[in-house]
Design a protein around this ligand. Structure first.
Ligand code: SP5
Ligand code: ZN
Length: 347
């Protein structure tokens, strides 16, 4: 397996996220990726590559140009407000909910941050743009690699920040650019007529769903904690089936907190069957391992050994496959669990 790893992922290092009235240390840390790299090295899994320059045109076909421009200059704009801001992360604090206008972009910085975000648990830092764009390049390169003549069956974008909560024009849930969506778009443009995205992160892939909700060429499937009680709460319900041309091309499989592998794996079978019925030419797996029993912010009960079986089941599709790295916060075990998926998928 080819592994495009983000060499500047650690430039994105949030200090604190808002949780129940307090600023608490970020769960989404640089150490997560270092554990994955260590586990892959130890087992001799994968061939590591650095990404090429990001294809900004492709990024702007998935994300809106004004959102991309906002992200590119957010840090400079923040520090321009007050040089002392350089020691603080950007956290959103105000949002245009129902009844507010979305067709204007205020000049006030806090207002612009709110316009382009949906939660206060997602700090934007000095190096977020550099890390996120290099990660996007990993995802695009991985997609182009599996579509190249003689290319590998599977490739991974081993990157952070993760991507699946980021929509066409918003960040949140530790995500800024939607790596899985970018990989899917790159697969389409490299010749895959029909692409499926299978999101196995504990949290619903709201950003990915919303990007493709009205498209019939990309099937989005997500297996996740029931949003009635689990983040991101406001999307991810079973009745969301897509709209317009995209009707029938979105499948949500919410599961109750406490779900174990026996039940989870039935949802995975259902998702895989939907991908086969869709006749996908290629698949993107949004690989979060926060389904792990030891995850500090999630409530499924998968064990480390289960991830080997997950990998085998994914490989059973027999399709060109791009993995993107999403969540997983039991930091030391993230490496073992991701390596198990890749080993199960054939290394
Ligand atoms: C990519 C991904 O997995 N994003 C998840 C974002 C979840 N954000 C909300 C987390 C709130 C967790 N706070 C729990 C603190 C317990 N000490
Ligand atoms: Zn997650």
């Amino acid at each position: 397996m080819l592994i495009f790893h983000n060499p500047v992922h650690d430039k994105h290092a949030g200090r604190q996220e808002m949780f129940r009235g307090k600023l608490v240390p970020c769960h989404e840390t640089p150490a997560r990726l270092e554990y994955v790299l260590d586990a892959l090295r130890q087992r001799g899994i994968g061939e590591l590559r650095a990404p090429s320059a990001p294809d900004m045109d492709l990024i702007k076909r998935v994300h809106t140009p004004r959102y991309v421009d906002f992200l590119a200059s957010a840090w400079q704009d923040w520090v321009a407000l007050d040089p002392a801001n350089a020691d603080l992360d950007i956290l959103p604090s105000v949002w245009p909910v129902r009844g507010f206008r979305h067709d204007i972009e205020p000049t006030n910085f806090a207002a612009r941050v709110g316009l382009f975000s949906f939660d206060s648990g997602c700090p934007l830092t000095a190096g977020t743009w550099e890390a996120a764009t290099a990660g996007a390049a990993c995802a695009i390169d991985a997609a182009r690699a599996v579509m190249a003549p003689g290319g590998p069956r599977a490739a991974m974008a081993l990157t952070r920040p993760p991507g699946h909560h980021a929509g066409a024009d918003f960040f949140g849930g530790y995500c800024f650019l939607n790596n899985a969506a970018l990989a899917a778009q790159a697969l389409r443009e490299a010749g895959a007529a029909r692409v499926a995205i299978l999101d196995v992160d504990y949290h619903h892939g709201n950003g990915t769903q919303s990007i493709f909700y009205e498209r019939s060429d990309v099937l989005t499937v997500s297996i996740h904690g029931d949003p009635t009680t689990e983040y991101p709460f406001f999307l991810g319900y079973a009745d969301e089936a897509g709209e317009g041309a995209g009707f029938g091309a979105n499948l949500n499989l919410p599961l109750a907190a406490g779900t174990d592998f026996a039940t989870w794996t039935q949802a995975l079978q259902q998702g895989l069957a939907a991908i086969q019925a869709f006749k996908a030419d290629a698949v993107v797996v949004a690989l979060g391992v926060d389904t792990y029993e030891g995850d500090p912010i999630s409530k499924f009960k998968l064990k480390s050994a289960d991830y080997l079986e997950v990998g085998r089941m994914l490989a059973g599709l027999g399709l060109p496959t791009v993995f993107t790295m999403e969540g997983g916060y039991a930091v030391a075990d993230v490496g073992i669990n991701v390596a198990n998926v890749l080993e199960g998928a054939g290394g």
